[in-house]
Design a binder for this molecule. Structure first.
Ligand code: HEC
Length: 179
């Protein structure tokens, strides 16, 4: 686009176009170049915007993660959850193995575990009441965190799930809501 305009300007000069006309043509060319750049930038932006993710059930979803909730959720997670679930929500390395008392170590919440098997309501419930409630090693947070903070921390770790994991969770969530 830019090359074509410059070549056109050169051709016109060769044909002895008046300086006044050349000036106008130059600024028109410049506007065209600017417009092309803007279109290109917009194109790049569209590339970065959340892409549509296809799910196994055939539905399409566009991921939206509320920025306020994600920021609050990260803060909550860093303050209360990293001690067990790890800095990056990666969980304990042996999270699949029950310990001597038959209880599970902290699982990953970053998408590599099975948190995506659970509808959002159940995830919030596990955080509110502990898991298994009153018996497991996952404490109950209902008296220390507000409902908004509980929702935010779920939104935060869900925002970190890879698209395929999120899509699988989404299908499951739709089925849970249909019931
Ligand atoms: C004292 C350690 C500990 C802390 C602190 C802790 N957790 Fe857990 N968490 C666990 C354990 C252990 C489990 C597995 C419980 C089970 O077997 O049911 C678990 C399970 C979970 C699950 C269910 C995941 C799944 O795949 O089923 C969620 C969600 C969760 N924790 C979120 C949190 C959040 C959010 C925080 C911070 C507010 C937190 N946990 C703090 C130990 C902890």
């Amino acid at each position: 686009m830019m090359m074509a305009t410059i070549i056109a300007i050169d051709e016109m000069r060769d044909r002895g176009m008046s300086n006044k006309f050349m000036g106008e043509f130059r600024s028109a060319g410049l506007v065209a170049i600017m417009a092309a750049l803007v279109v290109n930038l917009a194109g790049c932006d569209a590339g970065r915007a959340p892409a549509e993710v296809g799910t196994l059930s055939g539905s399409k979803l566009v991921r939206h993660h509320d920025a306020r909730q994600v920021a609050l959720g990260e803060q909550v997670f860093k303050q209360y959850c990293t001690a067990c679930h790890g800095e990056n929500a990666q969980g304990a390395f042996n999270w699949r193995q029950r310990d001597a008392e038959g209880l599970f170590p902290p699982p990953p919440l970053n998408g590599s575990g099975h948190a995506w098997h659970h509808p959002t309501a159940m995830l919030r419930d596990m955080i509110r009441n502990g898991s298994p409630p009153g018996k497991g090693r996952m404490p109950a947070w209902g008296d220390r965190l507000t409902e908004d903070e509980i929702a935010a921390v779920v939104e935060w770790f869900q925002s970190r799930w890879p698209d395929q994991v999120y899509a699988a969770w989404y299908d499951m969530q739709q089925r849970a809501q249909d019931k």
